[in-house]
Design a protein around this ligand. Structure first.
Ligand code: CIR
Length: 256
């Protein structure tokens, strides 16, 4: 069960962040409304939501998930792979420490984005991507092993449609994964029940199981229906403005 979440609303210069998408300029006012609805959904799932103030020095800072990896027995601050995002980590570390978390830290030359880390119960998938390198992955694997978690590497650097591993993969609990076709046949996922999203709904593969609910991007009716058929309670959230900045649903919060 998660009880807490950390979030950070998009700053007024959110549109100056990194993106590989070509979906237009995000509307800040709409992004704020979508972010507020996201926070309400987390509260509906039973979480206390802690909000950091927006950070105009770091336009991507709303994507807090990339700055830390928080598991019940292992908490690690990351070293983001994009240099423009390095300065986001400090405030997140301060906020988490103030709540009593004991944090380890990914060190140079390692780089790692939280979006590449998919916790699946006692096993953790670590994506190797343009943001997470082998040194960062090894450091995290050592921290995880010391805390009793197993981990495996999944190289997603050749899958151009996704920025991070979790852009195409979500843990639903109950031995089940939601994932894109390009990941469905990967041997790392062979032992799991797999819900493979249709290729035209690939964005919806980044969902988040939060206690009794699954947060899922709005507008992907077949994926939502399949989650419902599998016994989950989806909460649909409009993510249009965050998607323009290459952001998925999971990246807007740290859950712990
Ligand atoms: C970036 O390129 O770093 C941001 N514009 C988007 C980060 C999205 N993070 C995530 O999916 N975990």
């Amino acid at each position: 069960m998660f009880t807490q979440a950390l979030v950070r609303a998009p700053s007024s210069n959110f549109a100056a962040g990194l993106t590989r998408e070509n979906l237009g300029v995000p509307d800040h006012a709409l992004a704020l409304r979508q972010h507020a609805a996201y926070c309400d959904a987390l509260r509906r799932c039973g979480l206390d939501v802690h909000e950091l103030p927006p950070d105009p020095r770091h336009p991507d800072a709303t994507f807090v998930e990339d700055t830390a990896v928080l598991l019940p027995r292992c908490a690690v601050l990351t070293r983001p792979g994009a240099p423009s995002r390095a300065g986001e980590v400090e405030a997140v570390g301060q906020a988490l420490r103030a709540q009593g978390l004991v944090l380890q830290q990914i060190e140079a030359p390692g780089t790692l984005d939280g979006g590449d880390i998919c916790e699946a119960g006692e096993h953790v998938f670590i994506g190797l991507s343009a943001r997470t390198n082998a040194a960062g992955a090894e450091q995290l694997a050592r921290c995880l092993a010391a805390a009793g978690y197993a981990s495996s590497l999944v190289d997603v650097s050749d899958i151009s449609s996704i920025l991070h591993l979790k852009s195409g993969l979500s843990w639903l609990g109950d031995g089940r994964l939601l994932l894109i076709e390009a990941l469905a046949g990967h041997p790392a996922f062979a032992g799991y029940d797999r819900i493979v999203v249709d290729s035209d709904e690939a964005y919806a593969a980044n969902a988040v199981r939060v206690n009794a609910h699954v947060l899922v991007a709005a507008g992907y009716a077949r994926t939502t229906a399949r989650l419902r058929e599998a016994g989950y309670a989806p909460l649909e959230l409009d993510m249009s403005e965050f998607r323009k900045m290459d952001g998925g649903l999971s990246c807007l919060s740290l859950r712990y």
